[in-house]
Design a protein around this ligand. Structure first.
Ligand SMILES: Nc1ncnc2c1ncn2[C@@H]1O[C@H](COP(=O)(O)OP(=O)(O)OP(=O)(O)O)[C@@H](O)[C@H]1O
Length: 565
């Protein structure tokens, strides 16, 4: 728990450092704004004193300085807004890049312990909610003490008694900050948790809409959703109430300072000996709101501060980037492959998902020569998917090593690993976009000739006439749907285009009927030529695909390892 807090603090410090120059620039502009405010109020006080003294001509220089300071404040305020928006946007872009890198480095393993709705919300809502932290909280927190106490000092220099009163009232503000700050942090954290619960619940319901309707539970489920939405509403109202109380307490302190100074200075106000004396008292009174403005900006951004802790905690739960992603290994080995494929060596590999649970992989060893086609079978839960995730580089062995083309997977940059491997899973992901986009996604730089060959070899060409716009038909959410077999051919076409020397497949025909499976096997046979392959499957049809090795895995151990002639 303590270690988590330490990590969170260091992450927040790292974010603050990354935004330091923008924060300092904003604070500097804010300080100029405060100085312009002093010039404005001083000249206004003199003009008012001259008018109140009766009949005296208003000095043109004071009027000019008053207008100049007013225009300067408008311009500085505008510049502040622009800089704040730019600073918030830059920080959000940086965070999204960091998050995406972590998501991609983890791959599918991430979805085993995080809900996809939480991940989507983290990348969108949570990062968006940090805008205020970078754009408002950081500049306000670095400016408020300096800005507020320079106003108090200037008032003190003009009128000692008024300066003392103003300073005294300002001293109670940190107490309010401590009390309401804790309350805001708690309320805001509860609001985020309620929002997350609603998002997860909502996405689950949308995905399972058919199951819910067919089970006759639609109304009950809608009530559940309504309750979750109501909880979020209550939590949000609580955050707003605390924010209102913080703002009201600052206003009370300001009114007390104002009334106190006016009562204390009433004799001077009514019987001032000179315009200068009257201007001094008016200046002290008019500067009261200016003295409280920096704290008001700070308390308005207090909710934003709570967001960084909430988001930071969620981001910290994500696994860190693998070290090889952050460092450039000089002189690192490069995997070697031949025109037959690439060699794969798995040596004494073990892995445990959860401490105290049995090993998911227990001292697994096997060797594939370039061009070998290994069919991996075993009962459910034996460790096939765990092995595949490890070969794809998403998880790392706790013991043993994996050599790809003679190079240790651990020492390779993840992009070097992915270049060597094509992966075909049970259900390929079809993105919203055209069929062409979906296939070219594997190799965006591929030529039209290469695309044509991939369409031919994968048999995608066979169903093109059935699609309304052929290759340009829009697929995915809101687009045209593909059957399981057609979608799997898209995955095979991607693998042809990528042309990687190692093919890894995880039950590529699991959801297909026997006839479609046979068709897919024809395309896969073509794909296997000149490549090494490891195919995890429950289907006996794969024993006819040109298998050269047979591996059986049970309870995390390779129990059978045969080389076939
Ligand atoms: N994220 C995880 N957290 C904890 N345990 C896990 C996790 N993923 C897998 N396991 C466990 O590891 C073991 C191997 O699971 P794995 O998914 O690799 O089996 P499999 O052979 O691919 O099964 P199937 O054929 O059903 O897909 C199982 O006991 C499983 O419960």
């Amino acid at each position: 728990m303590k270690a988590d807090k330490k990590m969170l603090k260091s992450w927040v410090r790292q974010q603050n450092r990354a935004n330091r120059s923008a924060t300092l620039l904003l604070a500097l502009v804010g300080m100029f704004n405060v100085l312009a405010g002093m010039v404005l109020v001083w000249n206004l006080a003199i003009i008012l004193a001259e008018v109140l003294a009766g009949g005296q001509k208003v000095g043109m220089s004071h009027l000019f300085l008053f207008i100049l300071a007013s225009v300067a404040r408008i311009i500085l305020g505008y510049v502040q807004e622009l800089l704040a928006a730019a600073s918030g946007e830059k920080a959000r872009k940086r965070l999204r890049r960091e998050l995406l890198a972590r998501f991609f480095a983890q791959g599918p393993a991430l979805l085993r312990h995080q809900h996809s709705a939480s991940l989507a919300a983290m990348l969108t809502d949570r990062v968006e909610a940090l805008e205020g932290y970078f754009a408002r909280w950081l500049p306000a927190s670095s400016l408020w003490v300096v800005a507020q106490w320079s106003v108090v000092l200037v008032v003190f220099w003009q009128d000692h008694r008024a300066g003392f009163i103003l300073g005294g009232c300002c001293l109670v503000l940190p107490v309010f900050q401590a009390v309401f700050g804790i309350a805001t942090a708690i309320a805001s954290r509860r609001q985020i948790l309620a929002l997350n619960r609603l998002q997860v619940r909502f996405l689950d319901r949308i995905r399972g809409i058919a199951t819910i309707v067919l089970s006759g539970n639609a109304e009950k489920d809608a009530q559940g959703l309504g309750q979750a939405a109501d909880e979020l509403r209550r939590r949000t109202m609580k955050v707003l109430r605390v924010a209102f109380l913080t703002s009201a307490s600052t206003d009370i302190a300001m009114i007390v300072a104002l009334v106190w100074i006016v009562i204390d200075q009433r004799h001077g106000l009514l019987h001032a000996g000179s315009v200068h004396q009257m201007a001094g008292i008016l200046f002290a009174v008019l500067m009261v709101p200016e003295a409280f403005a920096p704290f008001r900006a700070l308390s308005a951004a207090y909710q934003d501060r709570a967001q960084i802790t909430n988001s930071g905690e969620a981001i910290q739960k994500l696994p860190a980037l693998p070290e090889s992603m952050n460092q450039v290994v000089s002189g690192q080995a490069v995997p070697e492959h031949t025109r037959h494929g690439i060699a794969l060596d798995v040596r004494g590999v073990s892995y445990r998902w959860v401490n105290d649970h049995p090993l998911a992989l227990d001292d697994v060893s096997f060797h594939l020569e370039a061009g070998d086609v290994a069919v991996l079978t075993g009962p459910s839960g034996a460790g096939k998917s765990t092995l595949i995730e490890m070969l794809l580089g998403f998880i790392r062995p706790s013991q043993g090593e994996i050599l790809l083309g003679g190079a240790d997977l651990q020492t390779l940059h993840p992009s070097d690993v992915t270049r060597q491997i094509s992966w075909i899973g049970q259900k390929p992901v079809i993105f919203a976009g055209t069929l062409r986009d979906n296939i070219m996604f594997a190799a965006p730089e591929a030529s039209e000739d290469q695309l044509r060959d991939a369409l031919e070899a994968s048999s995608v060409r066979d169903y093109l006439p059935l699609l309304p716009d052929g290759l340009d038909t829009r697929l995915g959410e809101g687009g045209f749907g593909l059957s399981g077999g057609q979608a799997q051919r898209v995955a095979i076409a991607r693998a042809f285009l990528k042309n990687a020397p190692l093919l890894i497949m995880d039950e590529p025909t699991a959801h297909l009927d026997p006839a479609t499976e046979r068709d897919i096997l024809v395309s896969l046979r073509r794909l296997l030529k000149g490549r090494t392959a490891l195919i995890s499957t429950h289907s006996s049809q794969f024993h006819t695909i040109g298998e050269t090795k047979r591996l059986i895995i049970e309870r995390g151990k390779v129990t059978v390892q045969e080389t076939l002639s």
